[in-house]
Structures are given as structure tokens and as C-alpha cells.
Design a protein around this ligand. Structure first.
Ligand code: URA
Length: 251
């Protein structure tokens, strides 16, 4: 299927972009990788070679990856636009719909490094790179993938003051790939329905060395004179908690 996608990319005439570049080119990388890199589009060098990130931007990317124990060769590298050159928003959407999203599903990575605002916006149209760079993002259509946006090297070459952010974010990305993201644990709640269950639970919790608790009260100010406790919850483990509803006597 990836080979079929690559053939469709090379033969694509869905918009006028192919007329102004040597030929559209597909992504490249191992098929069993944990990491996919998504860039914007190739430039002059990429157009000559027919491969993504082989010019100056590629050098920046390599430095950022290598400094954190990663290499470009171990990642699957793809662009939002498969033709080199500047695309219109519509051309980007067309190309992403035709090829990028399908490639992502085929590669099935754990992590996607989004290089620049265009790559970020292909997946998250309302997000801005200046606000989201260096953050782990999740997407409802790809629930098992962690997206991580960084500034585009071309932007860094025009804005030297932003360079430290790129290296800082790449370090964070390296750690993310090495350590992964802790899975959210499902918490089982046990709600006490009578005094005996509440008494037993409290006795158990009092024997623990470490406890977390949470108290719910009426009203917004828990310390107000008329505020009453309505529920107390305890937990001594990350996946279980006990709640004790408190009966309120209104006078
Ligand atoms: N080369 C690419 O392949 N993509 C970019 O976004 C920049 C350079």
C-alpha cells in the first residue's frame, strides 16, 4: 500500500503545483519506525534530489535529532506538500488529504515531529506554532500518536533569537521518544453507601503511610460559616479511591 501511495504521489496532477517542480516526491524512511517527521514542502535541493530535507533545513533537522540520540534515517520523513515550492492553503489541504494522512496511518508511528507551522496546521488547523511548539499534542483521529511541533528551520534562519527554542524543544522530543508518555490509569471508585463501609474504609486508610484526600463542600467558599462538607474521597494508590458521602443536617 505504501508503494501504491508512492506511485500515486509521483503521478499526481491534482493541482497545478506539479507543473512547476521536477516531480512530486513521496516520503522516505523505514516502514517499522516509531517516529514520523512531517515538514512543509521541499525546496530547490529537494526538488533536484527528489527526497525530503536534504538541503539547509535538513542539516538543522539532523543536528537537532543527532544531539538527542536520534537520526533522520530512523524516522519516516514526509512533507505536507509532495511538490517542492510554495503551496496555497487549498493545495496543502488537497495534498494532505490525498497523501499525508494516509501515509501516517500506514507508517503508524508513536510520535510525529511536526516541523513548522504548516505541518502543525495540517493536523490542527486552529493551532499556531508560536503557541504550541514544544508541547505534546493528541489528535482525536489518531488517538495512539503523540504530535510534537517545533519551529521550522527556515524560520530559524530568519529569526536567530528563536534558535534556542528549537534545540530546547528537540531535547524535549528526544526525551519523549526515549521515555514515552505514561499511560493514564483508570481509577476505580468505591462509593460507601452506609456507615459501616465508611468506618471500615477509614480504618484501612488510617493504616497507610501515604494518603491523598479531597473534600467537597457546599458553596464556592469552603471556609464560609454556612459551608458544609458533602463528600470526602481518599486514595492510597494511583488506580483506586474511596468516596464517603456525608449526610448534611439542615437546621
Ligand atoms: N525540505 C523539506 O523536505 N521539507 C521542508 O519543510 C523543508 C525542507
Amino acid at each position: 500500500m505504501k508503494r501504491y501511495l508512492a506511485q500515486s504521489i509521483r503521478a499526481c496532477t491534482a493541482c497545478k503545483m506539479h507543473e512547476n517542480c521536477t516531480a512530486p516526491f513521496p516520503g522516505i524512511g523505514p516502514s517499522d519506525t516509531r517516529i514520523m517527521i512531517v515538514g512543509e514542502a521541499g525546496g530547490r535541493n529537494e526538488d533536484i534530489v527528489g527526497l525530503p530535507f536534504v538541503g539547509d533545513s535538513g542539516e538543522w533537522l539532523k543536528r537537532g535529532l543527532n544531539a538527542n540520540g536520534l537520526s533522520q534515517e530512523e524516522c519516516y520523513v514526509h512533507n505536507v506538500n509532495c511538490c517542492s515550492g510554495k503551496a496555497t492553503p487549498t493545495q496543502r489541504t488537497t495534498c494532505a488529504d490525498l497523501f499525508l494522512f494516509k501515509t501516517l496511518v500506514k507508517v503508524n508511528p508513536e510520535f510525529v515531529l511536526l516541523v513548522g507551522g504548516i505541518a502543525l496546521e495540517a493536523f490542527f488547523p486552529t493551532y499556531k506554532i508560536t503557541q504550541k511548539r514544544g508541547q505534546i499534542l493528541t489528535h482525536k483521529d489518531y488517538p495512539d500518536v503523540y504530535f510534537f511541533p517545533v519551529f521550522h528551520p527556515a524560520y530559524l534562519m530568519r529569526n536567530a533569537s528563536k534558535v534556542p527554542f528549537f534545540y530546547e524543544d528537540m531535547e524535549k522530543f528526544g526525551k519523549l521518544v526515549k521515555k514515552g508518555v505514561p499511560k493514564k490509569t483508570k481509577v476505580d471508585y468505591f462509593a460507601c453507601t452506609d456507615d459501616e463501609q465508611a468506618y471500615e474504609s477509614l480504618n484501612l486508610f488510617l493504616k497507610k503511610d501515604l494518603l491523598a484526600f479531597d473534600i467537597e463542600t457546599t458553596g464556592l467558599d469552603p471556609f464560609a460559616n454556612d459551608s458544609r462538607v458533602t463528600m470526602i474521597s481518599f486514595s492510597a494508590a494511583s488506580n483506586t479511591a474511596v468516596t464517603i458521602p456525608i449526610r448534611i443536617a439542615y437546621t
